[in-house]
Ligand binder design. Structure first.
Ligand code: GLN
Length: 194
């Protein structure tokens, strides 16, 4: 993984990209912050962090980043969206509807846990990734309301899908970069070598 092309890009427009970079460092994966579309040429995969999806969308249209990410995914390189990142990847966004990349066949409802639950830590499970229950941090989190036939559910919490995958696109409604559990990032890193 020392070759530059195999470093993991972390979209660094807005949101908690720094915590993803820290997690990648912890598991020994070379990482590069991506602020401009041209920088995608230098990375083998991309993490789209949590934050505010509407803010990221504004920058996407100004800079052509949305189109560049679509192109990136069609070349087969893996992308992992967490929370706002998952919202940006979805095919359908509810509450309210908004622009999206449409790279993952799910319908996702923003801020779906209600205003009174701003954030919470819950126990979920991702049996293919880890035999142990997983601590999951939800922050103004969305809920995946529909999962298309081509989408695999890798993780659940309270009966809801929270980690899903369609080919080279992975998405979580929680924040695996904020806990000690490294298994979701390790799983994503393995997708870079395929
Ligand atoms: N509520 C945010 C949004 O709709 C997502 C929150 C998060 O990424 N932690 O974009």
């Amino acid at each position: 993984m020392n070759n530059g092309h195999k470093s993991v890009g972390v979209l660094a427009i807005q949101g908690d990209f720094a915590m993803h970079a820290k997690m990648l460092e912890r598991i020994g994966a070379p990482c590069k912050l991506v602020k401009h579309p041209s920088e995608l040429a230098e990375v083998g995969g991309l993490i789209m962090p949590g934050g505010e999806s509407t803010t990221m969308l504004k920058v996407f249209s100004n800079e052509g980043m949305g189109e560049a990410i679509k192109e990136f995914v069609t070349t087969g390189r893996p992308v992992f969206g967490t929370c706002a990142g998952a919202i940006l990847l979805a095919k359908e966004v509810l509450n309210p509807a908004q622009e999206r990349l449409g790279l993952l066949d799910i319908s996702i409802e923003r801020n779906a846990y209600g205003r009174q639950v701003d954030s919470s830590v819950r126990q979920g499970e991702c049996p293919e990734l880890s035999p142990r229950p997983m601590e999951m941090v939800f922050i103004r989190a969305p809920i995946i309301r529909r999962v298309g036939d081509a989408v695999r559910v890798l993780g659940r919490c309270d009966g809801l899908p929270v980690l899903v995958e369609q080919g080279n696109v992975l998405a979580a409604t929680f924040h695996p970069e904020l806990t000690e559990d490294e298994s979701v990032h390790r799983y994503f890193i393995r997708k870079l070598s395929h």
